[in-house]
Design a protein around this ligand. Structure first.
Ligand code: BTN
Length: 271
């Protein structure tokens, strides 16, 4: 079905995103191909999309399970005139854009778990992988890769992922048109990209707060400074995660890290 993307882009409502489309039935990783195409001069907004990936990658070199024709696996080439450091917070903005599109389509609230996870009903629905072709400090190009579990059934996931991963189909019981979802995510992503270029992360902070999966939960995070713990308190102007360590008023800023554990603060109701 995604092969249609090869023939026409009329399903898209975007200005630049998806103006050039590279469709593959099966490919190692859309991010890898996007990086190569960007090196060879592919224009901003080029869309690289595959029906399946044999070596899909997630954050921290994890594999991204990408079975055929049930998920969305795509990457977009960006060429912002910013350095790679100031572009890091765009991961969160891309997550917000994808979450908004998915919420609009399904009617179910999709949340963002800092920095790059999309969460539906407490399980992982998708993720964002932002990678740069940096030349010293300046940014040559940037790849935003997005993977979403759409029509997977529980059996489509390997056993080790079944407890933590979910799909739109598993939660809603419905089958979704992947092209329609792609179109809506690209529209929100393009909007978010130009807003971020013009105004930075500021306009996204309040949006994030509404769908922040970690907010007010007690968490531990593996960071380059060691394991830090505290109550999640949103993000700051640089996109860093803020946590409030126990017994302290001052917030600790975490620029990079992976969430190790989450404990909800909610008190269970007694009958
Ligand atoms: C994560 O949650 O760790 C990020 C997952 C990103 C997966 C997508 S699928 C399309 C693109 N190509 C890849 O190899 N990875 C990203």
């Amino acid at each position: 079905m995604l092969a249609q993307t090869k023939k026409q882009d009329s399903f898209l409502t975007t200005k630049t995103f998806g103006k050039q489309i590279h469709y593959f039935e099966r490919i190692e990783s859309t991010n890898d191909t996007a990086l190569q195409l960007a090196e060879n001069g592919a224009p901003e907004g080029s869309l690289i999309i595959a029906d399946s990936q044999s070596a899909g990658r997630g954050q921290g070199n994890h594999n991204w399970h990408s079975p055929g024709k049930v998920g969305l696996y795509f990457s977009v080439i960006l060429r912002p005139e910013l350095n790679s450091v100031s572009f890091c917070p765009f991961t969160v903005c891309a997550g917000i854009a994808a979450a908004q599109a998915l919420t609009d389509i399904t009617g179910y609230e999709v949340q963002v778990k800092w920095p790059n996870d999309l969460i539906l009903k407490n399980k992982k629905l998708g993720g964002i992988l932002l990678e740069s072709g940096a030349k010293q400090k300046s940014l040559k190009h940037l790849i935003v890769g997005i993977g979403i579990n759409i029509n997977q059934t529980v059996q489509d996931f390997p056993i080790e992922l079944r407890e933590t991963a979910t799909s739109l189909n598993i939660v809603t019981g419905k089958t979704f048109d992947r092209l329609e979802i792609l179109s809506q995510i690209l529209a929100k992503l393009e909007e978010a990209y130009y807003l971020f270029i013009n105004q930075g992360i500021e306009p996204f902070i309040a949006l994030f707060e509404k769908i922040d999966y970690l907010l007010d939960k007690k968490i531990t995070v593996n960071t380059p400074r060691g394991i830090l713990g505290g109550k999640a308190a949103g993000i700051d102007q640089t996109g860093a995660l803020l946590i409030q360590p126990p017994g302290k008023n001052k917030l600790t800023k975490i620029i990079s890290g992976s969430i190790l554990s989450i404990r909800s603060n909610k008190i269970a109701a007694c009958n």
